[in-house]
Design a protein around this ligand. Structure first.
Ligand SMILES: [Zn+2]
Ligand SMILES: [Zn+2]
Length: 402
């Protein structure tokens, strides 16, 4: 395995122009979640060209899967490793003046999923040419709609993507604009948060602003609730365990002298474990209904659980880190610092052990510094080759050690 690395590196140099061309094609033709029709066609056609087996399209709308069966010998012969990329773009008008600029008004690949899709195609290209170097089966998964909860991962799992053949482990990656080009970052345990939302209606009794005693003021009740929600994180939790409760919208009334009937609060809640997220949901419900009741109002709470926390398994992170060390050197293999962002790769990682690693794509010298979801977001495309090399090396290493 270790001796294969120099040739793998040469192979990356060879396929890099094609990889960049694929990424640019996808960048020019972005599609929103669950609408990745042309992207899926492009992917399926490429997989067919490569001789990928059992290509399935229309999985959970626009998802595409395929298999690469190794013909080598080794301990991983019976194992199935899922490798996942997301395909969707964002409703953002691109502000980059580049030749591969988005040709679709109002839609842009501003998170790097164009790169992820192109990288998984390149990974497939290298692995189909190296079937004799591994024993086991790679299941390629091109997933729709990561950006829009409920996402595409959950429906793909519901459609049976982890069965037939049954998946043993999973790998995924994300380009990381906050990370310097040439670095790889992963960590065991949760590195991205569970992202939940709530929509709360406080029902009072409206009336004249000069006769508050004849009303139940939902604005005053709402203000108390907003304040009380801040104590969940600051007063009820271990300060060393991160969580966020943010009220992002408080909508009520319109006239200075009218007390409205209702007020609406909308918020987002982030946490890192299943227990904690349930406890946060319970406390938001208890505090808001308790305060409303005490003030003569009522609360209707619609609590929406989004993506769970994204958590990698230690043994899979070890495989990725060993592969990354071969590719970028130990000094460029970083420990991923957790962020409060969400990712629906989490659904795969909740079902099987896996790793989600981050590929540095930031290059200040070329002005490539704009963050994910920014209209000027763009990556240093050298990251594409690095990511593919780490992914292929990780796949080979998994089957050699499984
Ligand atoms: Zn994103
Ligand atoms: Zn993303």
């Amino acid at each position: 395995m270790v001796t294969a690395s120099p040739t793998l590196h040469d192979a990356i140099d060879e396929i890099l122009p094609g990889l960049v061309a694929d990424r640019r094609h996808l960048h020019e033709h972005p599609e929103l979640g669950m609408q990745e029709v042309e992207t899926a066609k492009f992917v399926a056609a490429r997989l067919a060209q490569l001789g990928v087996e059992d290509i399935r399209t229309g999985v959970a709308n626009t998802g595409v899967t395929g298999l690469i069966r190794g013909t080598g010998s080794g301990p991983g012969g019976a194992k199935v490793l899922l490798v996942r990329a997301d395909m969707d773009a964002l409703p953002i008008e691109e502000e980059n003046d580049v030749e591969y600029r988005s040709q679709t008004p109002g839609i842009m690949h501003a998170c790097g999923h164009d790169g992820h899709t192109a990288m998984l195609l390149a990974t497939a290209r290298l692995l189909t040419g190296r079937r004799d170097e591994f024993a086991g089966t790679v299941k390629l998964v091109f997933q729709p709609s990561e950006e829009m909860p409920p996402g595409g991962a959950r429906p793909m799992i519901d459609a049976g993507v982890l069965e037939d053949p049954r998946v043993d482990a999973a790998l995924g990656l994300h380009l990381a604009q906050e990370q310097p080009l040439g670095t790889i970052a992963a960590a065991a345990g949760p590195t991205m948060a569970a992202a939940d939302m709530f929509f709360m209606t406080i029902k009072g009794k409206g009336g004249h602003g000069a006769m508050p005693h004849t009303t139940v003021d939902p604005i005053v009740a709402g203000a108390q609730i907003v304040s009380a929600l801040q104590t969940i994180v600051s007063r009820e939790r271990d300060p060393l365990t991160p969580a966020v409760v943010t009220v992002g919208a408080f909508l009520a009334g319109s006239a200075p002298n009218v007390i409205p009937d209702t007020a609406t609060l909308r918020g987002t809640v982030r946490s890192f474990s299943a227990d904690e997220r349930q406890r946060l949901a319970d406390r938001i419900r208890e505090l808001s209904s308790g305060i409303a009741t005490a003030m003569g109002a009522e609360v209707e709470l619609d609590y929406v659980f989004g993506y769970p926390a994204t958590s990698s398994a230690a043994e899979m992170v070890e495989i990725v880190n060993a592969a990354a060390t071969e590719v970028v050197g130990a000094e460029n293999v970083l420990v991923k610092v957790p962020t409060m962002g969400g990712e629906d790769m989490s659904y795969f990682l909740n079902e099987v052990p896996g790793a989600f690693f981050h590929v540095g794509s930031r290059n200040p010298e070329r002005g490539l510094v704009w963050g994910h979801h920014h209209p000027k977001f763009d990556i240093d495309e050298a990251a594409l080759g690095i990511g593919v090399e780490v992914m292929v090396a990780s796949v080979l290493r998994y089957f050699a050690t499984a």
